[in-house]
Design a protein. Structure first.
Length: 146
């Protein structure tokens, strides 16, 4: 009578862990990468490659944190933090690539806009707050107003 509900049960091929394991690069790929050689034997630690809720959450947190830093070399910072904090390295590296040169400007503008909405009335009363987005747009277009 309830056999039609069986198709709703998770099939092992549809599990997220197996999906990520299939698309993730192997540990050997990272060990042979020339820019990650400075990490040495630290890449052989098993917790960097196992996918569970702790290491995956740490990997996503590290990737999202480093993604918002306006500094170069995101991949090296992410790999170093993942090794130090024993997070999942592939998930951290995949997460950091949400940000790229095309999305960085809109992300920082959205960040400024949201902070203006959330914090502006606390520090500057709305009646005396000037419209001050011109300097920000000039900075985004590399104007001389910064």
């Amino acid at each position: 009578m309830l056999e039609w509900l069986l198709f709703l049960a998770p099939h092992p091929a549809n599990m997220p862990r197996k999906f990520f394991r299939k698309i993730s690069p192997t540990p050997e790929t990272f060990r042979r990468h020339k820019h990650l050689q400075f990490l040495g034997d630290a890449l052989h630690v098993a917790c960097l490659w196992h996918i569970n809720r702790r290491t995956a959450a740490k990997g996503v947190a590290i990737g999202l944190f480093v993604m918002w830093l306006p500094l170069p070399f995101h991949v090296l910072m992410t790999a170093t933090l993942a090794v130090i904090l024993r997070a999942n390295l592939p998930i951290a590296l995949i997460t950091v690539f949400i940000n790229n040169p095309l999305t960085m400007g809109p992300m920082f503008y959205l960040d400024y806009w949201l902070a203006d909405i959330c914090w502006a009335d606390i520090f500057i009363p709305s009646s005396s707050k000037p419209a001050c987005t011109g300097w920000f747009m000039a900075c985004l277009t590399f104007g001389n107003h910064c």
